[in-house]
Design a protein around this ligand. Structure first.
Ligand code: 5GP
Length: 131
């Protein structure tokens, strides 16, 4: 059975997509810690990110860099932070989170409750800034 993130990347499960190429998919985290919280995944389904072959690990980061640049332009922030946890979903993913303070990266904080309209607006705003 494909992972929930593979089912999202294939379009079987809906998501707020921000970017895609043949090997990667980026979409809004459904329970964001900050507005503009994006997940970047390889379409190659691997649980642990450091089990990816070196070239795929590198390509994932280069793709995430492009997405982070768009997030930085779309969402007012000082920098875009990057984190890898993988404790909940067993499909490798990078969290990209707009940062103003250190606490913006605190995954224990209550998650934001954003309307579908706001989520779409954020996703479209990031997608529009992708080069
Ligand atoms: P982690 O595996 O890195 O510990 O956490 C998984 C992350 O994926 C969480 O931040 C969670 O909100 C997000 N997530 C889990 N299921 C879904 C989903 O079905 N759709 C989206 N967009 N995000 C999800």
């Amino acid at each position: 059975m494909a992972s929930i993130f593979s089912r999202i990347a294939s379009g079987e499960i809906p998501s707020y997509r921000v970017a895609e190429d043949d090997r990667h998919y980026a979409f809004l985290d459904i329970n964001p810690v900050a507005e503009g919280h994006v997940l970047v995944i390889p379409k190659h389904e691997v649980d642990y990110i450091f089990d990816l072959p070196d070239d795929e690990l590198a390509a994932l980061h280069v793709f995430a860099k492009r997405v982070a640049e768009a997030v930085k332009q779309a969402i007012p922030c000082t920098k875009v932070g990057m984190a890898v946890l993988g404790l909940e979903v067993p499909h490798a993913h990078i969290h990209l989170i707009p940062l103003r303070t250190e606490s913006d990266m605190d995954f224990r904080r209550p998650k934001l409750q954003l309307t579908p309209e706001r989520m779409k607006e954020i996703a479209d705003g990031i997608a529009a800034r992708l080069k």
